[in-house]
Design a protein around this ligand. Structure first.
Ligand code: PEP
Length: 255
C-alpha cells in the first residue's frame, strides 16, 4: 500500500453558504478544531468571503480555496472570476467541475479541462470533481463515466503539473442526500481512478496523487471511509459548516 506517499487533504466545500459576518464566526470556530490536524485543511468559501478567509486564516494551518474559476485570463465574461484574480488574493486551491456546476451551470468535461489548465497556470492547486449519477451506477457504467471524466479533465496536463492536482470522487447520488457510498464502493472507484492515472502517466504519479471521496461524509462515517487504502481525504459539503463535525473528520484523517 502506498498511502504514505500521498498527502491527505480534507477540504470543506461551503457552497453558497455564509455571509461575510457568518463566515468570520465559522472560521474562528474552525481554528481550534483544525490546529492539531495532521493533514492538509482547506476551506472552499464563496467568492465574497475569499479575502476575509485569507486574512483570518493567516498564520494558521487552514488553506483557502475557491469553488470555481473561469478559463480565460480576462475579458468580456460578465459574472466570472479568473484564476489569476484568485491567486492574487492568496487563494491556494480551487474546486473545478463540482457536480452542481455540471448539473446547473453547463459545466462539461471540456470546460473542466480548460479551467483546470488555467488554474494550474495561475499557480493554484486544483480539486477536480468526478462522479457518476445514480442511473449510471445502476447501469453498471460507473467506471466508464468516471474514467472518461478523469481522462478529459487531465488532457494536456503534464506529469509536473499533476503534482498540483487532487481528484475528488463524488458519486452524484451521494452529494447532499445523506446517502453515502459504502467504504468499499468509495475505495473501488478511487482505486480505479488511480489506475486510469497510472496508465496516462506512470505508477509514480498515480501513487503520489491524492484522491478524495466526497458525498455525505460526516463525523459518523469519516473513520471508515478515510481508512480505505485508496481514499486520501474528503471533500465535505454539509458537515464542513459545523465546526465540531469538521473537527471530528480532521481528527479521523490525522490518525
Ligand atoms: C460536496 O459538496 O462536494 C459534498 C460532498 O457535499 P455533502 O458532503 O453535503 O454531500
Amino acid at each position: 500500500m502506498n498511502k504514505e506517499l500521498r498527502k491527505v487533504i480534507i477540504a470543506g466545500n461551503w457552497k453558497m453558504n455564509k455571509t461575510r459576518a457568518e463566515a468570520k464566526v465559522l472560521i474562528e470556530e474552525l481554528k481550534p478544531v483544525s490546529a492539531n490536524a495532521d493533514c492538509e485543511v482547506v476551506i472552499a468559501v464563496p467568492f465574497t468571503n475569499l479575502e476575509t478567509a485569507v486574512n483570518l486564516t493567516a498564520g494558521t494551518n487552514i488553506k483557502v480555496g475557491a469553488q470555481n474559476c473561469h478559463f480565460e485570463k480576462s475579458g468580456a465574461f460578465t459574472g466570472e472570476v479568473s484564476a489569476d484574480m484568485l491567486a492574487e488574493l492568496g487563494v491556494e486551491y480551487v474546486i473545478i467541475g463540482h457536480s452542481e456546476r455540471r448539473q446547473y451551470f453547463g459545466e462539461t468535461d471540456e470546460t473542466v479541462n480548460k479551467r483546470t489548465k488555467a488554474a494550474l497556470e495561475a499557480g493554484l492547486k486544483v480539486i477536480i470533481c468526478v462522479g457518476e449519477m445514480l442511473e449510471e451506477r445502476e447501469k453498471g457504467i460507473t467506471e466508464e463515466i468516471v474514467g472518461i471524466q478523469t481522462k478529459i479533465a487531465l488532457l494536456g496536463i503534464t506529469a509536473e503539473q499533476i503534482k498540483n492536482v487532487i481528484i475528488a470522487y463524488e458519486p452524484v447520488w451521494a452529494i447532499g442526500t445523506g446517502k453515502t457510498a459504502t467504504a468499499e464502493q468509495a475505495n473501488e472507484v478511487c482505486s480505479y481512478i488511480r489506475g486510469v492515472v497510472e496508465k496516462l502517466y506512470s505508477k509514480e504519479v498515480a501513487d503520489a496523487l491524492t484522491i478524495q471521496y466526497g458525498g455525505s461524509m460526516n463525523a459518523a462515517n469519516a473513520a471508515e471511509l478515510l481508512a480505505q487504502p485508496d481514499v486520501d481525504g474528503g471533500l465535505i459539503g454539509g458537515a464542513s459548516l459545523k465546526a465540531n463535525d469538521f473537527g471530528v473528520i480532521l481528527a479521523e484523517a490525522s490518525k
